[in-house]
Design a protein around this ligand. Structure first.
Ligand SMILES: *[C@@H]1O[C@H](CO)[C@@H](O)[C@H](O)[C@H]1NC(C)=O
Ligand SMILES: *[C@@H]1O[C@H](CO)[C@@H](O)[C@H](O)[C@H]1NC(C)=O
Ligand SMILES: *[C@@H]1O[C@H](CO)[C@@H](O)[C@H](O)[C@H]1NC(C)=O
Ligand SMILES: *[C@@H]1O[C@H](CO)[C@@H](O)[C@H](O)[C@H]1NC(C)=O
Ligand SMILES: *[C@@H]1O[C@H](CO)[C@@H](O)[C@H](O)[C@H]1NC(C)=O
Ligand SMILES: *[C@@H]1O[C@H](CO)[C@@H](O)[C@H](O)[C@H]1NC(C)=O
Ligand SMILES: *[C@@H]1O[C@H](CO)[C@@H](O)[C@H](O)[C@H]1NC(C)=O
Ligand SMILES: *[C@@H]1O[C@H](CO)[C@@H](O)[C@H](O)[C@H]1NC(C)=O
Ligand SMILES: *[C@@H]1O[C@H](CO)[C@@H](O)[C@H](O)[C@H]1NC(C)=O
Ligand SMILES: *[C@@H]1O[C@H](CO)[C@@H](O)[C@H](O)[C@H]1NC(C)=O
Length: 838
């Protein structure tokens, strides 16, 4: 009877049945009366996923598994398996709703092979299993608008699809992890698992038979700090990590592209794959672990791994291989041991009172820059200045590190799984005996005294600053502290988590004398350029680190607020496409900002200089466009603070040694609370040629006004011409691009230096994207994540741009007509004098 019905469903019923029946017997569901056989499958409505019986390709057996795979692609890609360890050895299997209401798989002898195994509170003829468009298989109550009884997304196997979560919840015991297949042809349970741990910091781990094989490093609110490249991934792929600080952590993944997933492969590597229609194959976007050094504890305790090093493993200074024979034979598993015992260890052997004694010969810290921090960090509530002292005062503490998003991390016992990165990373301070520090004092070592010294100077600086402001609150001019506190309040209100709050004392403060010395007393030779609010100098700290110092002009009264704004805003941001603020200095009249030094200066210095233009080939330009978008997306998408830059322009894009772009100059940035979208200002600031019409005319700014500026920058990068310059027929760049677009000649906008027929399509797409960004009506403009999608995917169905706003042209003729525009003009004067950034 059952079999008969099912046959009819597929071959006859659709033709014969009444409409009411067709609703119940959709192609995407199984009900009590419509089981499916081995030869039948379910197809979700969108047609992307299929559910049914399969045999892995290339399998030497003929075992039948029940699972979900991508339909319509030539490569079998299974994303979920039900009976992974109980295959059926022939084609007699049936998937049905059983008498207890569960979805079950039975073999030819009606033996139970697999079951959803939940308690179903309704009659079996009221439950229904449905394959959703997301690839989620659901068992639901068919009556009350479908209460979900069971779903495959809560029982993941080896794949993480968009909208799926990984989670660990110690209270309910829920532990959503991915597990690998045994091999590429054998879907049975393999030995690798990837999941989240929540204590003390959320972190992603891969285990093999419960032994760690890889870790991501702790989550700092934005990224996993052990994955230097993850920030970009996170931004484009809809990743987020939710932490309720009670142990429940959820990694969400909300990409809307279904042809995209993460998979834990049988080799224990997590691959991110997306389907390339042009290549007709899966393209690997990211993989974890990806380098030799990523393997857990590659170099053993106190060993640090350097991907480009030979040998890759090195003992941290002050440590020696535990067994030289093994170490020299490139067996690093046993790691390194401390050469000179710590003072507190020696002391505690003498008197059990212990405690770090004072005096010149105490232990100190060795600073290791750009590190993947070791496993098993402990949380301390200490702030950045107190963090080293907390570590020093506890004899079992062997290292500390401080991350703004995490706070103070301490380690006790061996330091395991350290890696030294080339790009970003965390500064790790390893405790060493005084004698070790002294013997290496020529190298870049920070010993106890300077650490305490800097902390002391900073503390004094803060104290003095606070006292000063307390003593003279009536002074209009010195509103900085007040402003800063106000700004911080604005930043942190609506955010209950105290640990996220920016505290004044957490901002790195530099000594004015140090900065003056580093820039050779702000000598002209070291001047890099003139920013909107003051000159920028190159400096070199005593340890050799190069910095860029922006000294705010004493005369610019408005500079103070912008300074505070910038300090607070940037100190909270970390992204590879944003310039890093290292600290600030407020002493007397002096206000300085200290940034990382960018040897290549700013984008406009290349883009508009005929002798340098050719350094930026098309690939580089594309990379720069993408990077700017990613940096801007980071500013716009942050859930806690929305940041509108307000002054995006080519001279505010700095380039690092590899010509990667970094957005700088947040002096005008405006921080929005999560529920704010748009604001109005009477003081229009920004730069001519980059300002959106609604901002320039009405002072209205939003994310979409940044998108406008972004569009101008994109078109400038493509063409190598300034928007403010007049093209043929006295058209500015936007009007010129629009003209070419309408003539179907968009690709000819490209700088002839970079143009190549093979790029024509890509260039056209970029021009179109740029034009979409500069449309007159703000709501027509895409948001930044869409812009990234437009640039980076092969999808060619971009919307048709509407006419851009030719603001520059109009602005000139209207210049004197209102108060606003005259203010605008004065600011523009300042901005336009800006030379090459830093
Ligand atoms: C199956 O085998 C062929 C030939 O060896 C290989 O090219 C293909 O990648 C294999 N497919 C899978 C899914 O392993
Ligand atoms: C399938 O497995 C059953 C036992 O699980 C066995 O009795 C049967 O002979 C097998 N059939 C084939 C074709 O191997
Ligand atoms: C169903 O779940 C119970 C506990 O929840 C477990 O004891 C039992 O083995 C499970 N049965 C199957 C077939 O998985
Ligand atoms: C479901 O089964 C119950 C008894 O098993 C019956 O009373 C009810 O009418 C059935 N409902 C439907 C929709 O067939
Ligand atoms: C979650 O599963 C992983 C892998 O099996 C395990 O190591 C981890 O301890 C589990 N976490 C919890 C909270 O049960
Ligand atoms: C989804 O992933 C694709 C592939 O990387 C990416 O291009 C797209 O921007 C992502 N979409 C979202 C909403 O993050
Ligand atoms: C060092 O390792 C080698 C090889 O494992 C072993 O033979 C030797 O005894 C070890 N030496 C010491 C001092 O442990
Ligand atoms: C490395 O040394 C450890 C401990 O002595 C030993 O167990 C392991 O087999 C060695 N590994 C290799 C690859 O020789
Ligand atoms: C201190 O005592 C511990 C155990 O009593 C011992 O392991 C350690 O080597 C001693 N350290 C020194 C420097 O003597
Ligand atoms: C020192 O650190 C250890 C390990 O973190 C901790 O258990 C101990 O309580 C600390 N001691 C003091 C005095 O804080």
């Amino acid at each position: 009877m059952v079999v008969l019905l099912s046959k009819r469903r597929r071959f006859v019923l659709l033709v014969l049945a009444a409409f009411s029946l067709r609703l119940c017997f959709g192609e995407d569901r199984i009900t009590f009366s419509t089981p499916i056989k081995d030869s039948e499958t379910l197809l979700c409505k969108s047609g992307i996923f299929r559910f049914g019986f399969f045999t892995p390709v290339n399998s030497t057996t003929r075992l039948r598994y029940v699972g979900i795979w991508y339909d319509k692609i030539p490569i079998q890609t299974v994303v979920w398996v039900a009976n992974k360890d109980t295959p059926i050895n022939d084609t007699s299997g049936v998937i049905s709703i059983s008498d207890d209401g569960n979805l079950v798989v039975t073999d030819g002898r009606n033996r139970l092979v697999w079951s959803t195994n939940v308690t179903v509170p309704v009659a079996p003829n009221d439950t229904c299993a449905q394959l959703m468009d997301t690839g989620n298989l659901r068992l639901q109550d068919n009556r009350n608008k479908g209460e979900i009884l069971w779903e495959s997304f809560k029982h993941p196997y080896n794949s993480m699809l968009p909208r799926m979560n990984l989670r660990t919840d110690p209270r309910t015991g829920e532990n959503l992890t991915l597990t690998s297949w045994r091999s590429y042809v054998d879907p049975s349970t393999g030995s690798y698992t990837v999941g989240l741990v929540s204590f003390p910091f959320p972190e992603l781990l891969v285990w093999k038979n419960n032994v760690p094989k890889w870790r991501s490093g702790p989550w700092n609110g934005q990224v996993f700090i052990g994955l230097p490249e993850m920030d970009t991934l996170l931004n484009i792929d809809g990743f987020n990590l939710l932490n309720d600080n009670q142990g429940t952590v959820t990694l969400t993944y909300a990409n809307d592209s279904f042809m995209y997933h993460f998979n834990l492969d049988p080799d224990g590597v997590i691959y991110q794959r997306d389907w390339s229609t042009s290549m007709n194959a899966w393209r690997i976007g990211a993989r974890f672990p990806s380098t030799f050094c990523d393997a857990y504890s590659r170099c053993g305790p106190y060993g640090s791994c350097h991907t480009r090093g030979d040998p890759p493993c090195k003992c941290v200074k002050g440590f020696v291989p535990r067994n030289n024979t093994e170490w020299n034979a490139r067996n690093w598993t046993n790691g390194c041991v401390r050469r000179a015992p710590l003072r507190c260890e020696r002391q505690s052997n003498v008197s059990s009172n212990g405690g770090g004694g004072r005096g010149g010969k105490g232990d100190g810290f060795l600073k290791l820059q750009k590190m993947k921090v070791p496993v098993n960090a402990e949380r301390s509530l200490a702030n950045e200045q107190a963090c080293p002292k907390v570590c020093l005062d506890n004899c079992s503490c062997t290292a500390y590190a401080y991350d703004r998003g995490i706070g103070c991390m301490l380690w006790s016992g061996s330091l395991v799984d350290m890696q030294s990165f080339l790009g970003s990373g965390t500064d790790l301070y390893v405790r060493l005996a005084h004698s070790e520090l002294k013997s290496h004092s020529k190298r870049a070592i920070i010993i106890t005294a300077p650490v305490v010294g800097v902390a002391f100077v900073a503390a004094v600086c803060v104290l003095l600053a606070c006292q000063k402001f307390k003593r003279r609150p009536e002074l209009e001019k010195d509103r900085s502290a007040e402003l800063l506190f106000k700004r911080m309040e604005a930043l942190t209100s609506g955010n209950e988590s105290a640990s996220n709050q920016v505290k004044l004392k957490e901002l790195p403060l530099f000594d004015f004398q140090v900065l003056a010395a580093s820039t050779d007393n702000f000598s002209l030779r070291n001047k890099l350029g003139q920013g909107g609010f003051g000159p920028v100098y190159k400096g070199k700290l005593q340890e050799g680190q190069e910095i860029a110092v922006k000294r705010l002009s004493r005369s610019s009264g408005q500079g103070l607020e912008e300074l505070m704004n910038e300090v607070v805003v940037i100190s909270k941001l970390q992204h590879r496409n944003l310039v890093k603020l290292l600290g600030c200095c407020i002493e007397g009249e002096e206000r300085l900002l200290v940034y990382e030094y960018m040897p290549k200066k700013s984008l406009d210095a290349y883009l508009f200089d005929p002798s340098k233009q050719k350094i930026l080939d098309w690939k580089t330009r594309f990379n720069i466009m993408e990077g700017i978008c990613r940096g801007l997306l980071y500013l716009h998408r942050d859930s806690r603070l929305k940041i509108i830059h307000r002054d995006l322009k080519a001279s505010n894009i700095l380039l690092d040694e590899n010509l990667n772009p970094k957005i700088s100059d947040f002096g005008l940035a405006r921080v929005f609370r999560a529920n704010e979208d748009e604001a109005n200002t009477r003081r229009v600031v920004g730069t001519y040629g980059y300002m959106s019409p609604e901002y320039a005319m009405e002072g209205l700014f939003s994310k979409k006004s940044d998108v406008f500026s972004l569009g101008v920058i994109l078109l400038e990068i493509i063409s190598g011409r300034r928007n403010s310059h007049k093209e043929e027929n006295n058209l500015n760049l936007l009007a010129y691009a629009w003209k070419l677009w309408n003539e179907g000649e968009a690709a000819s906008l490209a700088d002839p230096i970079v143009f190549g027929e093979c790029f024509a399509k890509e260039i056209t797409k970029c021009v179109q994207t740029g034009l979409l960004c500069v449309q007159e009506v703000a709501s027509d403009r895409p948001n930044v994540s869409t812009v990234i999608g437009m640039l980076t995917t092969e999808n060619t169905n971009l919307p048709e741009p509407k006419q851009p706003a030719f603001i520059a042209k109009r602005g000139v003729s209207d210049a004197e007509s209102s108060d606003q525009s005259s203010q605008k003009a004065s600011v523009n004067d300042v901005s336009l004098t800006a030379v090459t950034g830093r």
